[in-house]
Design a protein around this ligand. Structure first.
Ligand SMILES: [Zn+2]
Length: 234
C-alpha cells in the first residue's frame, strides 16, 4: 500500500475519534436545548394559567362585594321592619326581603362554585410551578455536568491532535490538503477502500479503468463519483 495512504488511514482513525467526541458533545448540547424548550413551554403555560386565575379571582371578589352589599341591604330592611305601620307596608317590605334573600343565596352558591374552581386552579398552578422548578434544577445540574464534559472532551481532543501531529510532517502536504478538504464533508470517510470494484464511500461501482489503477498501481486515485481517496483492500 502507498505509504501516504497508510499514514492517511492512521490520521483518519484519529480524526474519527475526534468526530466521535465532538458528536457526543453536540448531543449533550441538543439535550440541553430540549430542556430549555421545555422550560419555555412550562413558563408560557404558567403565564396563561396565571392570567386565567387572575380573571377568576377578580370575578370572585366582585361577587363577594355584591354579597356584602346584599347583607347591608338585608340589615337595613330588618331595621325598617321595626318601623312598619300597616299591612301594605309590611307586605311590600316582606317581598323586598324575600328578593334580597334569594339574591344573597344565589350569590353564595356562585361564590362556593367559584371557590371550588379557585382551589382546582391553585392546585394546577402549583403543579406547573413544580415542573418549572424541576426543569430549572435539571438545567443547572446539566450545565455543571456539561462544563466538566467539555473540559474532558477538549483534553482528549488535544491529546489526539498531539499524536496526530507527529505524523503530519511525514505525509505529502498536497495530499494532506486534499484529505482535509474532503474531510470537511466526508467526516471520517475521506479515505475509503475499494472492494468488488466499488467505492466504499458512495457505494457506486467504479469504471474498470479506475479500479484497475487502484488495484495495480501505487498512485493516489480519487472516486470519480464522490471524490473520496481510494485504496485497495489488502
Ligand atoms: Zn465514491
Amino acid at each position: 500500500m502507498n505509504t501516504d495512504i497508510e499514514l492517511l488511514l492512521k490520521i483518519q482513525e484519529f480524526d474519527k475519534q475526534i468526530y466521535q467526541l465532538e458528536s457526543e458533545f453536540a448531543k449533550k448540547l441538543q439535550e440541553r436545548e430540549n430542556l430549555e424548550e421545555l422550560l419555555t413551554a412550562h413558563t408560557l403555560n404558567m403565564e396563561q394559567a396565571q392570567e386565567e386565575f387572575n380573571e377568576i379571582l377578580e370575578d370572585l371578589n366582585f361577587k363577594k362585594n355584591l354579597l356584602e352589599e346584599k347583607e347591608v341591604l338585608l340589615d337595613k330592611l330588618d331595621e325598617k321592619s321595626n318601623a312598619v305601620q300597616n299591612q301594605k307596608q309590611s307586605e311590600a317590605l316582606n317581598s323586598e326581603i324575600t328578593i334580597a334573600k334569594t339574591n344573597k343565596s344565589i350569590l353564595e352558591d356562585k361564590i362556593l362554585e367559584i371557590q371550588v374552581v379557585v382551589d382546582e386552579k391553585t392546585k394546577k398552578n402549583n403543579e406547573i410551578q413544580q415542573q418549572i422548578d424541576e426543569t430549572k434544577q435539571k438545567l443547572e445540574a446539566f450545565d455543571a455536568q456539561i462544563t466538566v464534559l467539555k473540559n474532558d472532551i477538549d483534553k482528549q481532543i488535544d491529546q489526539i491532535n498531539k499524536e496526530k501531529e507527529t505524523m503530519l510532517n511525514d505525509i505529502n502536504p498536497n495530499l494532506l490538503v486534499k484529505y482535509n478538504k474532503i474531510s470537511l464533508w466526508a467526516k471520517g470517510s475521506a479515505v475509503v477502500k475499494v472492494e468488488n470494484e466499488t467505492c466504499y464511500g458512495c457505494f457506486i461501482k467504479l469504471p474498470p479503468q479506475v479500479s484497475v489503477l487502484v488495484e495495480e498501481t501505487e498512485e493516489i486515485i480519487y472516486c470519480p463519483n464522490c471524490g473520496r481517496i481510494l485504496y485497495k483492500k489488502e
